[in-house]
Design a protein around this ligand. Structure first.
Ligand code: 13P
Length: 312
């Protein structure tokens, strides 16, 4: 068993709580945030210096790493097929991980055919929440599923920014996806201005709570969350592993308050924002980072395969 958040090489006091959970406290004396691996800045510092980790672990928690590409508005159907043909041998049988590709709606069918039998999950990047109707240009959860989608990205910051996607829509889309048996991958994340003004946690909590309104632990079973700080998307500026871990641990706490600890411990939280082959391993080594949502680096079979094989 590995305690979530535990840092290698530090002694730990471990005790069993009355609730059956195992708790570990690690204490480190540090002179600076950098020395403790804590990024400096208004959001992260000052923090309690002498206690840099309070980790909680459970024996029965297993969150299979989920490595998903988000192709955004790139690739036609035939280009998707060519990608998948080149990608398949690079990732083999995908043991111990799940690989997924969020492709343009026009490529779902061909991509799903090309990926059949490989374990690679094909998904949509958006749906509308109604079952059908006069919604020009939109597709429903059922349409995405019938074309071959197994998951759908919901509430990506580009949709929030350019198409006015609200927390209410995200919530309705989550419900529509779950009702259709699609895995909802719900994105949350703060902008640079929000981070700099110290409101990151407030923004994350309100986006996640908005998405989860009326969602029961049962509906939330297939749910995946993606933490994508807007300032890290397409900029080459990745959040540090410690920055991402802190946000992920916070999001898991919000999930626990909204859905209970059992659901919170089971739901995978992906990190997205300039994930590349050379930083994937460090990010995925963090206790609460259960996978990645990858934009640019998922457009080439070789670089996405290196991310999927992050631990090999
Ligand atoms: P990049 O990996 O290109 O920064 O994009 C991240 C993203 O938006 C994934 O949804």
């Amino acid at each position: 068993m590995r305690a979530q958040g535990a840092r290698k090489g530090l002694p730990a006091i471990v005790f069993l709580g009355r609730n059956g959970l195992l708790y570990a406290i690690q204490v480190a004396r540090v002179q600076s945030p950098a020395q403790a691996g804590i990024p400096d800045g208004p959001f992260f510092w000052p923090r309690p210096m002498s206690c840099n980790l309070l980790a909680r672990g459970r024996d029965n928690v297993s969150r299979t790493p989920f490595l998903a590409g988000n192709w955004k508005m790139y690739k036609t159907g035939p280009e998707a097929v060519a990608f998948i043909e080149a990608f398949k041998p690079l990732v083999g049988n995908l043991s111990g991980r799940e690989a997924a590709l969020g492709v343009p709606a026009t490529a779902i069918f061909q991509a799903a055919q090309a990926a059949a039998g490989t374990g690679i999950l094909i998904g949509a990047q958006n749906i509308w929440y109604e079952k059908e109707g006069a919604y020009t240009g939109e597709i429903s959860a059922a349409m995405a599923k019938a074309a071959g989608a197994g998951f759908v990205i919901i509430g990506h910051s580009e949709r929030r920014q350019y198409y006015g996607e609200t927390d209410e829509w995200v919530n309705k889309k989550l419900k529509a996806a779950a009702a259709e048996g699609l895995v909802p991958v719900v994105c949350v994340g703060e902008s640079l201005a929000e981070r700099e003004s110290g409101s990151t946690f407030k923004v994350l909590e309100s986006q996640l709570r908005g998405a989860l309104d009326g969602i029961t632990p049962e509906i939330a079973k297939p749910l995946v969350i993606a933490y994508e700080p807007v300032w890290a998307i397409g900029t080459g500026k990745t959040a540090t592993a410690a920055q991402a871990q802190e946000a992920h641990a916070f999001l898991r706490g919000v999930l626990a308050k909204a859905l209970g600890t059992q659901s919170a411990d089971a739901i995978r939280i992906l990190y997205g924002g300039s994930v590349k082959p050379d930083n994937a391993k460090a990010l995925l080594s963090e206790a609460d980072i259960d996978g990645a949502l990858v934009g640019g680096a998922a457009l080439k079979p070789d670089s996405f395969a290196q991310i999927v094989n992050f631990d090999k």
